[in-house]
Design a binder for this molecule. Structure first.
Ligand code: PMP
Length: 426
């Protein structure tokens, strides 16, 4: 039964049972309307309430400064955001250059051709997107930028596989990052779900300068959002799929600095972008369109937003000190599991470097006489027999991965830690 299992899958992940039970009821008959939540119009008043409450609760829980940041719900997953971030932030970069060129050429007197020629030059010499690649997901984001724009515009500012035997498991020293001046974006993945690598804190080298200016920082927080405090104001964009800590697969959240959205920054016209041989976003990936329509440019799954809202309300109820409360629990659970692994070094080899170990995805190998052997399979089999499931590592790297998301209870983490100890002794 559900009560007998602790599921450590990497996503989709476990959701709190009471949330699912409430949602199951709402799916049949929402608030006694005789219609299920997924049957009501996404343009109904009750749908608007669900969206607005989820946004507000997210802002409360994470302390998002809502005067400066907009939150939108989208549908293309973390993968869709790899593309959306490129399209939208290249557009924003071109818009900034356009304003500068028009001013340089004497404002309204500048002829179109002269503006385009000057802009082309700026694009050729100055358009760069920087990627800090620390695992499989930031690598995919980097590859998508190269695919959309061509390699000439994309800078691999750091690659964690270099000097690490071609494998992920480290974060290169920030002093070695090759950052471009005025990059359209600097991208990193805050927690690498497959490789178990998490940034211990916001990278200082990307911090805003005292005058408030600074790099356009984009972070993928799909697998650690809601688990620790984040300095939202340091980011231009952060995004996350819901299916780990927030809710169901099917909804993706983007938190965007408002100055990157219209009317402050209007995306360049498709005609101008064509003249510059740069891509424009498909309309469902254009942030300002989605923001202007309060996430309802097209049909949004209100059920998915509803579940996310229930998860947020539950977190706010459990933790009066909001994300800080969850952060303490997340750390406690991760410490328990890592301690069990560390106390048996002859059996377990933790994959990433200690300084960058993820609190959310705990990746290790089971070894015998220093080598991985059949005991890894035995570990998985015995764990499953005890109700500890979903522990198999990602197919690309193998090994064991215990995903320690918010819905894993302290008891669940304790049970796993005890099993890790007992298996080593046996
Ligand atoms: N980024 C991270 C960190 C992820 O863990 C994942 C999926 N596990 C993705 C992006 C891709 O998300 P999706 O499958 O929703 O496109």
């Amino acid at each position: 039964s559900r009560a007998e299992i602790t599921y450590f899958g990497a996503g989709p992940a476990l959701l709190p049972t009471d949330v699912l039970e409430t949602a199951a009821q709402a799916l049949v008959n929402y608030k006694d309307t005789g219609l299920g939540i997924a049957e009501h119009s996404h343009r109904s008043e009750l749908a608007a309430t669900i969206i607005n409450e989820a946004k507000a609760d997210l802002a409360t829980y994470l302390d998002i400064p809502t005067a400066d940041y907009e939150t939108i719900f989208m549908q293309a997953g973390g993968t869709g955001e790899f593309s959306a971030s490129v399209y939208n932030l290249v557009g924003a970069w071109v818009a900034r250059q356009h304003a500068a060129v028009v001013a340089e050429l004497g404002g309204a007197d500048a002829t179109d051709d002269a503006v385009v020629a000057a802009l082309r030059k700026r694009v050729e010499t100055g358009l760069k997107l920087d990627y800090i690649v620390t695992g499989g997901w930031s690598l995919k984001a980097y590859q998508e930028a190269v695919r959309l724009l061509g390699p000439e515009y994309v800078n691999l500012a750091a690659d964690a596989r270099v000097d690490n035997g071609g494998k992920f498991g480290k974060i290169p020293a920030q002093s070695t990052w090759k950052l471009s001046p005025d990059a359209a974006l600097v991208y990193y993945c805050d927690n690498e779900t497959v490789d178990g690598v998490e940034f211990p804190e916001f990278p200082a080298v990307l911090a805003p300068r005292p005058d408030g200016t600074g790099p356009v920082v984009v972070a993928d927080m799909s697998s650690n959002i809601l688990s620790r405090r984040i300095p939202v104001s340091n980011y231009s964009l952060l995004f996350f799929g819901a299916q780990k800590n927030l809710g169901l697969t099917g909804v993706t959240v983007a938190v965007i600095r408002k100055s990157l959205l219209a009317p402050a920054t209007v995306q360049p016209s498709p005609a101008l972008m064509r003249k510059l041989a740069l891509p424009i976003p498909p309309i469902v990936l254009q942030y300002e369109i989605i923001a202007k329509n309060n996430s309802l440019y097209n049909t949004l799954s209100i059920f998915d937003v509803y579940i996310a809202g229930l998860v947020l309300k539950r977190l706010l109820q459990i933790f009066p000190d909001k994300v800080d409360g969850q952060e303490a629990v997340s750390k406690k659970k991760a410490d328990l599991i890592y301690a069990a692994l560390e106390s048996n070094p002859a059996v377990y080899k933790i994959v990433p470097d200690k300084s960058v170990r993820s609190r959310m995805n705990i990746c290790f190998r089971v070894t015998k006489n220093g080598a991985v052997d059949e005991s890894e399979k035995a570990f998985l089999k015995e764990a499953t027999a005890q109700g500890l499931t979903g522990l198999k590592g990602h197919r690309s790297v193998g090994g064991i991965r215990a995903s320690n998301y918010n819905s894993i209870s302290l008891e669940g983490a304790e049970k796993l830690a005890k099993f890790i100890e007992a298996f080593a002794k046996a």
